[in-house]
Ligand binder design. Structure first.
Ligand code: NAD
Length: 471
């Protein structure tokens, strides 16, 4: 049984002032694997004070100094990709293929931020005016559990590139991977106090970061409900906020799409990380006149999405992260059935022979109406809604008929038409003919999916404040 009792403050591992102890449960079998001593407000204030001291010098650092730090972080995190991946698999049941991809993406985020920093002019001048982009100050970085390692890296990378010092609050379901990550951080020998990490609860550590007047900015990734709390409570101290929240992303198959490719890709997007992904394509919009073909293709390709042991490289769908998450997914499956949607594959309960952990059956509903709860609310599990549409305009209307606007996917062979449809979709990112990523492209949402953007120059600008000097 592992025990974690320390935070990382002012360049050192320090014992927790807070006393509350939490168990970490392996979701594959429901057994406790670690005890963690959680921080209190005092631990958080100590970390904020360290970051505030460090900001007096790091806030004036040059691009070259920041670039060196980003490169060091890339090296130290890259060296531990396997250990980070193993921790993700063990503590929240992340399927190993996805976990490995996410951890590598985290390491790469440091190099991507360094590249973006070189491209971002921090000073602009014209006539007798000079504008400099100044770091906002101490930033509080709060991550969710589903891709904690990536968000720790991506948020820190943008903040460092901007010249901010930080206090990080990783998800309480991610403390094992955070321990490995902290060893990488320590190994990178950053200036003391530049990056502090406090292990604790959202309503204790997170709330103190949001409330504390010495924190200038909050960069948060998590649920829309908590994001709204942060925006409201942060207003008291005029916090700058970046909020990366939930999604209910549409995946539009146009009637000329190559279904043999587009449907497996759509299922891949819906079931990625066991469906626990903010950008999951959880609403599949298909032309009504090809619905039967869609159903048949789904049934045919389902064996390529096995559920089981997350450590097995063949597994696509592992367990849900917690018992609560398991119950939540079950309640949505029940709700879908009650509301009249038809279960094409999956359904309620555990898959056969996987009763011990928090496993659910990957479930695909057809005959879904976009007004149904399962089509409107983020389920955060392997549940896909197939919704049929009559015309292109109808598809666009249904895609946009949601409170969210994080991501969208569109498939079709006529690229002009695909681009025309993409131009009318309200979402922060739209992937055409497949799942795509670009770490220089902004990531973030329209509407309830959030405020602001991460990654690339957009992500760095979120930690900067323009200052104009007029002579
Ligand atoms: P969550 O909102 O429950 O928790 C996220 C983080 O916020 C955790 O570290 C938690 O401790 C902290 N927190 C909780 N209450 C807080 C408070 N009052 N003040 C400050 N911090 C607080 O989310 P989760 O369950 O960890 O993650 C799943 C959610 O995250 C989903 O809704 C998903 O869509 C979203 N998400 C969004 C993105 C994106 O980039 N848009 C990426 C991944 C996940």
């Amino acid at each position: 049984m592992k025990t974690i009792t320390k935070h990382y403050i002012d360049g050192a591992f320090v014992e927790s002032h807070g006393h509350e102890v939490m168990d970490i449960i392996n979701p594959t079998n429901g057994k406790a694997i670690a005890h963690v001593t959680l921080a209190d407000e005092e631990d958080t204030r100590r970390a904020i004070a360290a970051a505030k001291r460090a900001f007096t010098s790091f806030g004036r650092s040059t691009k070259e100094e920041r670039a060196k730090i980003l490169n060091r972080l890339y090296e130290t995190v890259s060296a531990r990709v396997d250990d980070l991946t193993a921790a993700m698999v063990e503590e929240y049941g992340g399927p190993v293929q996805f976990a490995a991809y996410i951890v590598q993406a985290g390491a790469n985020a440091f190099l991507a931020a360094e590249k973006a920093l070189q491209e971002l002019p921090l000073t602009r001048s014209w006539e007798k005016t000079t504008v400099t982009l100044e770091p906002v100050g101490v930033a509080g970085l709060i991550t969710p559990w589903n891709a904690n390692a990536l968000f720790l890296c991506a948020k820190l990378a943008s903040a460092v590139a901007a010249g901010c010092t930080v206090v990080m609050k990783p998800s309480e379901l991610s403390f094992l991977q955070t321990q490995v990550w902290l060893e990488c951080l320590h190994e990178a020998r950053l200036p003391k106090g530049l990056c502090n990490v406090v292990i604790g609860r959202g309503d204790v550590v997170g709330a103190e970061l949001v409330r504390n007047p010495d924190v200038a900015k909050i960069s948060f990734t998590g649920s829309s409900a908590v994001g709204k709390t942060i925006m409201r409570d942060g207003a008291v101290t005029m916090k700058r906020v970046t909020l990366e929240l939930g999604g209910k992303s549409p995946n539009i198959l146009l009637d000329d799409a190559d279904f043999d490719n587009a449907i497996p890709t759509a299922l891949g997007s819906a079931f990625m990380n066991s469906g626990q992904v903010c950008a999951a394509g959880s609403r599949l919009l298909v032309p009504k006149n090809r619905l039967d073909e869609v159903k048949q293709t789904i049934v045919n390709v389902m064996p390529a999405f096995p559920v089981g042991d997350p450590a097995d490289p063949k597994t696509v769908v592992g367990p849900m992260a917690t018992q609560k998450q398991y119950e939540r997914v079950q309640s949505y499956i029940r709700k879908g059935i009650e509301e009249g949607a038809e279960v094409l594959v999956g359904g309620e309960g555990h898959p056969k022979d996987l009763e011990a952990g928090y496993f659910v059956k990957p479930t695909i509903f057809v005959n879904v109406n976009n007004d149904m709860t399962i089509a409107q609310e983020e389920i955060f599990g392997p549940v896909l809604c197939v919704i049929s549409y009559e015309t292109e305009e109808d598809a666009i209307r249904i895609a946009n008929d949601t409170d969210f606007g994080l991501h969208a996917y569109i498939s079709g062979t006529d690229l002009q038409r695909v681009r025309r449809v993409a131009s009318q979709i309200l979402a922060g990112r739209i992937a055409i003919n497949g799942m795509r990523d670009d770490q220089q492209a902004p990531f973030g949402g329209f509407k309830h999916s959030g405020v602001g953007r991460e990654f690339g120059t957009f992500g760095i600008e979120a930690f900067l404040e323009p200052k104009a000097i007029l002579e």
